[in-house]
Design a protein around this ligand. Structure first.
Ligand code: SAH
Length: 275
């Protein structure tokens, strides 16, 4: 709006705009499996994806088409010649706020053609803290659209208009939502079938049964005078399972009284399969 009138018509200067032109080019051509879980990310920094998600197990799964990543460059939906995406806060104060009209266009582009039950998530320190249950829910949706904020954040009307779910990575403030989005996508993708080599491992690990995981050891059997707990070398599967269970309970009780209280309530209070 504040742009001076351009001396010549520039509208054709907006090259062909596709929702994911730039970042898709960075991605190796993945086999597109129809219906594979998809993360759509609205961001001013599309070059920051796939980032660490392109490595190791999540990266392998991405290349194999077990999931897809689509970035939507918010800048392409900006206003005017400079494609402005932000403006000063109504009521005054420091910083800049992402404009609702710009973000609305990007969200409309992201959501076009998505099936129902496709959540829109705004990464936000004001959101509900992310946890394993949320990762599980995201992984069971057909896909998730992540809105990465920058500056002071997003105009509240966008959140209200689309009924966007706000989710926080934790009680600290990041400069943008991209790292938080990568963390959440990692946690969701590894729950998708076929992503981890050993699917049993997601059932035992921290949080999945409301307990933190037991300690892990590997060779050598003795390291700098420290031995592996003998029970783990006993070959007695029943005793090993009991030891692990006891350690998981002890670690949870000491480190996370909040999880421990929930665990006791579930165990003592209900019809839960309390093994
Ligand atoms: N003024 C905001 C913080 C803005 S930080 C406030 O005080 O609440 C800029 C952007 O970083 C946010 O819009 C959000 O998308 C992202 N962000 C910052 N901290 C985050 C966190 N803990 N979890 C998820 N996203 C976060």
């Amino acid at each position: 709006m504040s742009d001076p009138a351009p001396s010549k018509p520039r509208s054709h200067g907006r090259k062909s705009i596709s929702a994911s032109a730039h970042p898709q080019d960075l991605m190796p051509p993945a086999e597109r499996r129809p219906g594979a879980w998809t993360a759509k990310i609205i961001t001013l920094l599309p070059g920051s994806f796939p980032g660490v998600l392109g490595e190791s197990l999540t990266g392998r799964a991405l290349k194999d088409g077990l999931w897809h990543l689509e970035t939507i460059d918010l800048r392409l939906y900006g206003e005017g010649r400079h494609r402005n995406v932000d403006d000063t806060p109504a009521g005054g104060g420091a910083g800049m706020v992402l404009r609702p009209d710009v973000m609305g266009r990007a969200i409309d582009a992201a959501q076009a053609g998505t099936p129902t039950g496709w959540p829109i998530v705004y990464l936000s320190p004001r959101g509900r803290p992310f946890d394993q249950a949320t990762a599980q829910r995201f992984s069971e949706a057909p896909g998730v659209t992540f809105v990465c904020g920058r500056f002071e954040g997003l105009d509240e009307r966008v959140i209200d208009h689309y009924g966007i779910e706000e989710v926080s990575l934790g009680d600290f403030v990041l400069t943008g939502g991209e790292i938080a989005a990568q963390a959440m996508i990692d946690a969701a993708v590894r729950l998708r079938p076929g992503v981890l080599g050993n699917e049993a491992s997601t059932q035992d690990e921290s949080f999945s049964r409301g307990l933190l995981e037991h300690p892990q050891y590997t060779r050598p059997a003795e390291w700098r005078g420290h031995a592996i707990p003998p029970v783990l070398l006993s070959g007695h599967h029943g005793e090993i399972a009991r030891w692990r269970r006891r350690m998981a309970e002890e670690i949870t009780r000491v480190r996370r009284p909040d999880l421990w209280a929930d665990h006791l309530e579930r165990r003592d209070g209900g019809d839960e399969n309390g093994d």
